[in-house]
Design a protein around this ligand. Structure first.
Ligand SMILES: [Zn+2]
Length: 238
C-alpha cells in the first residue's frame, strides 16, 4: 500500500509494519517482520515491479524478532546491505538474547517467539546517530532497545520503529513500558521525536500518520510527560 509517493507499507507482514522506500541509490526495506515472512515481502517487491537487486539497504530500526526476523533471508535474496545501530548488533548476530521478549506478560507470545527460529546475520552498515543513509538522517532514539533508531527527512517524514506506536485508527501512544528496556531513555527519545517537524510518521506498529504528524505527536507527548516518571510508572504509562 502506497502511503505517500515513494513510500509503501508492505502488505501482509504479521503484526509489524515493514516499509519500502524509494531513494536515489535504490530501495530501502525498513524492518523485515517475523522469521518466515520473506516470501511475502519478496512478493510485494514483485507486485510493485521492483527488482530484488535494486534493494540498496535493509534498514533495521532495532533488533527485536518482529523487525529483524527475515533480515538474513532478505539479504540473501536481494543483496541489500544490512544497516543497524551498533548497540543492537549483539542481538542481530545472535550473541545476545532478545531481551524485550522476557518482559512480555503473555506466555503464548513468549512461546511463539521462542518457537520461531531466528537466523542471525552480520551487519554491513552501522547506523550511528547523525549519519545520512540515502538522504535519510539517522536519529538514535534508545529506550525500547539500546540501539533503536529513527529515519528522518526534515519537514517530510519520520520512521520511528517502536519508539512509539499508533492504534489502527491512527491515535499515537507510547510503546508499552513493559517492553521498554530503559524507561527514562524512552521518554527522552519521545521528547526528541516530538521536537522535530514532519508531515508523515511511519510507526512499526499501527496506522501511519500522513498529515501534520508532528503536531499530533507533540500533543500526545506533552500529555504523557506532564507527570513525573515515577507516577507514570504506577499508572502503567510513561
Ligand atoms: Zn515491534
Amino acid at each position: 500500500m502506497e502511503i505517500v509517493p515513494g513510500i509503501h507499507k508492505i502488505d501482509a507482514t504479521l503484526g509489524v509494519n515493514c516499509y519500502l522506500i524509494s531513494t536515489e541509490i535504490g530501495w530501502l526495506i525498513v524492518d523485515t517482520g517475523l522469521p518466515g515472512q520473506e516470501k511475502k515481502i519478496l512478493h510485494n517487491l514483485q507486485k510493485l515491479d521492483i527488482k530484488p537487486s535494486s534493494v540498496a539497504f535493509i534498514v533495521l530500526t532495532h533488533a527485536d524478532l518482529d523487525h529483524i526476523g527475515c533480515a538474513r533471508a532478505l539479504k540473501k535474496a536481494t543483496g541489500g546491505k544490512i544497516a543497524i545501530h551498533p548497540s543492537d548488533v549483539p542481538v542481530l548476530t545472535g550473541k545476545q538474547p532478545f531481551k524485550t521478549i522476557n518482559n512480555f506478560v503473555k506466555p503464548a507470545v513468549k512461546l511463539m517467539f521462542y518457537l520461531l527460529r531466528y537466523q542471525p546475520v552480520e551487519p554491513d552498515i552501522l547506523l550511528e546517530d547523525g549519519i545520512k543513509l540515502s538522504g535519510w538522517q539517522v536519529l538514535h532514539t534508545p529506550g525500547h532497545t539500546p540501539g533503536s533508531v529513527c529515519l528522518f527527512q526534515p519537514g517530510k517524514s519520520i520512521v520511528v520503529g517502536d519508539a512509539l506506536r499508533t492504534s489502527w485508527q491512527g491515535h499515537p501512544r507510547p510503546i508499552s513500558r513493559r517492553i521498554c528496556l530503559d524507561l527514562a531513555q524512552a521518554r527522552q527519545s519521545l521528547i526528541n521525536i516530538a521536537a522535530l517537524n514532519y508531515e508523515v510518521l511511519l510507526p512499526g506498529h499501527g496506522a501511519p500518520l500522513v498529515n501534520e504528524a508532528s503536531l499530533i505527536i507533540r500533543s500526545m507527548v506533552k500529555r504523557v510527560t506532564a507527570k513525573p516518571l515515577s507516577t507514570r510508572k504506577i499508572l502503567g504509562i510513561y
